[in-house]
Design a protein around this ligand. Sequence first.
Ligand code: TRP
Length: 419
Amino acid sequence: MSQIITHEKIETTNSSGVNYDDVLKQFGCSTITPEILHQIKQITGTDTLHPFLERSLFYAHRDLDKILQKSIKNGTNDFYLYTGRGPSSESLHIGHLIPFIMTKHLQQIFDVPVIIQITDDEKYFHSKNHTDTLELYQTYAMKNIHDIIACDFNPDKTFIFLNSTFSNYMVHNLAKIQKKINLNQIQSTFGYGLNDNMGRVSFPVCQMVPAFASSFPSILSKSGSIVNDSPINMFNYKYENPNTFNDCLKQLRNKQCLVVAAVDQDPYFRMLRDIATKIGEPKPAVIYSKFLASLLGKQTKMSSSVINSAIYLDDTPKQIKKKINKFAFSGGQETLELQKELGGNPDVDVSFQYLEIFCSDTKKIEQIREDYKSGNLMTGKLKQSIIELLTNMLTDHQNKKQKITDEVVQKYMTPRSII
Ligand code: TRP
């Protein structure tokens, strides 16, 4: 079996999908253990876990245990969440929802702020089509933001920004990180070479910066706790207010970040964790998910750029039905008779993977798995279950999205204290 996992490409020859233990070994992060899940339950005071955690869709981490231990010890959750989205097309697909659903859930159970970076610049730098403008990616970004807001983030505790229009105090940490990385490191970690454009080569640093709380002094501090982050304040002029800007930064250097991402994003944060202590910042913690399979099979992930590989958030019930019935790779047998005799293979079946991820009823999933394997359940019926589930899920999402006005978007995108 061979597999390639980079920040740009996911591919395996294995029909039941990526070997995630190998990814852990390749990247050097840890598994989310039962002890960690127990700590989460302890902090939130409930016995139930989100299905994404219970079913190990989120399966890997760095320092999550440390963040949780600190919360248990101090009795407060003094961290913030960071995730992002590269707006490569007008619409998100259901795989893109996974980090946002998880981030929203973590925000809810820990009552912490969320920073969401929209990397319109990244997708512009990576575009091979010379007629694609930065403005085009800005339009995609704004459309994607509606889908993100529809995930129900707390409007008082969430800040969403576009890389092409917001930088504020982030440039300060940008400079410090840039100084610590040379071209050799960028080339060996991200594979960029001498013929890549400057934007592409320098972009990784832009994705790293939001993982330090001190990049957001006026956003991650209590409102009124600093006078403001005007240039004069930043150089530590004494004001009547005893909290100078530098005091504020000092405090923020105790606030850790928890990044929520798919595991292919690890190269960014692994590199940043190596630099963090050198520049006096805390190492960000991370929690990583597995990928949602392409409709066409578990050898690759769902992708906007491969036709018929994805179910989009704005697909109609008719489109969902057609895509699942026509394209979803099946682990079933060729004929009804053979299916009854030999049973199907849920491990390679894409519809089954989607059920495993999005159906909240664990007993139902186990029943379907057994029935499918034993030949009691036909592929058509299995597909019917996932069609119904996705239709309900997406209708609900589309209704929420429709209600999002410009004022709502404005609120999430206004720099302000979200503590
Ligand atoms: N690079 C990510 C993408 O292509 C977007 C992104 C930016 C991101 N910042 C992030 C993802 C932080 C996870 C966490 O979609």
